[in-house]
Design a protein around this ligand. Structure first.
Ligand code: HEC
Length: 140
């Protein structure tokens, strides 16, 4: 029994010794460190009900007349002009990063009839609208 204990202690110290040497000599010649794997889609931040609720209010106030309540958009007649509002629930729009949405909201796609919301929505409100689209319209 004693022998077993001694062996365990010996092996353990050996292990410690090796570990220490490696750290001391800075022996971490890892230029071969594997390239970080493509980052998986960041997990959605936990839902903040008030933010989603704010987004819903703003979406219904500013976006539904063109993009419809369910976000699917399509042809819409606005002031005698026929617009083709983007389907916000499409696979393409699901993949579009938040930054693209914010940019669209700030600058619009004026030629195509998508207005700019720079003066209308604050940055936080724009983010809330995007969060609402992500969690409630694209998540079905
Ligand atoms: C007056 C009608 C109208 C309103 C109001 C409107 N949109 Fe649009 N939106 C459009 C049209 C038309 C397009 C398609 C533009 C194009 O063809 O590139 C579009 C495109 C978009 C796109 C995709 C842009 C791209 O090409 O990547 C997003 C995102 C978007 N709208 C979000 C919103 C949100 C959010 C709101 C509310 C804050 C909103 N829109 C309000 C008409 C509208």
């Amino acid at each position: 029994m004693r022998l077993v204990k001694l062996t365990v202690i010996f092996v353990f110290s050996l292990f410690l010794a090796v570990a220490c040497t490696q750290t001391e000599s800075g022996a971490n010649p890892s230029p071969e460190a594997p390239a970080a794997p493509a980052a998986p889609a960041a997990p959605a931040a936990p839902e903040t009900p008030s933010e989603v609720a704010l987004g819903e209010t703003k979406f219904k106030q500013y976006c539904t007349k063109c993009h419809k309540v369910d976000g699917t958009g399509g042809k819409v007649e606005i002031r005698g002009r026929t617009l083709n509002a983007e389907n916000l629930t499409s696979e393409k729009m699901k993949k579009d990063p938040d930054s693209e949405y914010i940019e669209t909201l700030e600058n619009g796609v004026i030629d195509e009839g998508m207005p700019s919301f720079k003066g209308e929505l604050s940055e936080d409100e724009m983010k809330a609208v995007v969060k609402y689209i992500r969690e409630k319209l694209q998540n079905q």
